[in-house]
Design a protein around this ligand. Structure first.
Ligand code: 3AM
Length: 177
């Protein structure tokens, strides 16, 4: 199973975000039920490792996350792959989850954590003019008036890749209190 750990988002956040994504001049909007904030990507995990994974995530003890949103930006370096809403608030929880998973022997990609909610997936190559249209759209948006919100749990998701996009299934939830 392809697994990741993420913060689920309430409808008060996902509803305006999906409207915003659908107004973009290009790219494929992430479906509302798939909007989340990724904390750790585990990749392929065998069924036999699930009890150890659940055990590790159950040891994470942290208060609810106060999530605030910053800006809608194209992420992924020079060849941007996604448009995302950047966020602040889950950094301490991220560190606890990553150390609990590493302690339990799970290998995680070594990437700088930049909290974000992916809103749109961009085509591999942008046609002439598309880059400017996207830049104008992002500049107009500024900081969207969404949040802050308090999130009182994190979720282990399974991701299934399909030609029309990934589908995410929540497998387990862990309370933050
Ligand atoms: O929250 P987002 O959409 O940015 O990018 C993938 C997605 O994050 C990320 O895991 C989330 C659920 O699929 N992801 C996919 N492959 C990855 C990898 N090899 C990855 N993150 C790190 N390394």
């Amino acid at each position: 199973m392809r697994l990741f750990v993420a913060l689920p988002l309430p409808e008060a956040v996902t509803a305006p975000l999906v409207r915003l994504a659908e107004a973009a001049p290009l790219g494929r909007a992430v479906a509302e039920e798939n909007l989340h904030l990724t904390l750790a990507f585990l990749g392929e995990v065998g069924q036999s490792a699930l009890p150890a994974l659940d055990g590790a995530l159950s040891t994470v003890c942290a208060p609810p996350v106060c999530l605030s949103f910053h800006e809608v930006a194209a992420l992924g370096g020079r060849q941007a792959r996604v448009v995302a809403l950047t966020a602040r608030g889950p950094e301490a929880l991220y560190k606890r989850i990553v150390s609990a998973l590493r302690l339990a022997g799970f290998a995680l990609p070594r990437r700088r954590f930049r909290a974000h909610v992916t809103l749109l997936r961009l085509p591999r190559r942008l046609e002439p003019g598309q880059e400017q249209r996207l830049a104008r759209f992002l500049a107009r948006l500024g900081t969207p008036p969404i949040g802050p919100v308090s999130i009182d749990r994190f979720t282990l998701y399974a991701s299934q890749l399909h030609p029309d996009g990934a589908r995410y299934e929540p497998l387990a939830e862990y309370a933050l209190r």
